[in-house]
Design a protein around this ligand. Structure first.
Ligand code: SF4
Length: 164
């Protein structure tokens, strides 16, 4: 069975982002993995019960997804709503979904308070980024799933090819 990859649904163009749009990643590896039936699309925020569209949200106070999982930070919408519980539920469902589909890898879009793995925004809603992971990427890593960002698709392609 080929190595399966859980992919942020928005990277396949699914209109699941907070603004009701997708953000498709165009790369030959994506086309190849689609043809090989390796990709399992998932949106943690929708799975956590949030609607689409929804207000943008960030991890507060320059903290990270790990801090959210440890109870040290909340995820807040720009409108002030506390969506911490939905983000944690979505992360838990993402890990369960990945395990259920034998996904050893995840390809997640960077910058998202859920899917970000290299950077996220600092909670001030002023486009300031800092190194760190979102809630789902952090929980996936803790679960042993190898997480790659959309900027690391070449590296993931090399690892997947070597695993065959
Ligand atoms: S939670 Fe992840 S998959 Fe869903 S819209 Fe945000 S970045 Fe895309």
């Amino acid at each position: 069975m080929p190595a399966k990859i859980l992919i942020s649904a928005c990277l396949l163009g699914r209109p699941v982002r907070y603004d009701g749009k997708g953000k498709p990643l165009h790369h030959p590896a994506i086309d190849k993995w689609m043809a090989e039936d390796r990709l399992i699309a998932f949106c943690p925020e929708q799975a956590g019960g949030l609607p689409t569209p929804r207000p943008p949200a960030e991890v507060e106070l320059g903290l990270t997804g790990e801090d959210v999982l440890a109870g040290r930070a909340r995820v807040l919408e720009i409108t002030g709503g506390d969506v911490t519980a939905e983000f944690i539920a979505g992360a838990e469902r993402a890990v369960a979904f990945a395990r259920g589909h034998d996904c050893g890898f995840a390809l997640l879009i960077d910058g998202s308070p859920s899917c970000g793995s290299g950077f996220i925004y600092d909670g001030s809603f002023s486009s300031r980024r800092h190194p760190g992971a979102g809630v789902t990427a952090a929980l996936m890593r803790a679960a042993g799933i190898r997480v790659y960002s959309d900027r690391e698709v070449e590296a993931l392609a090399a690892v997947v090819a070597a695993a065959q």
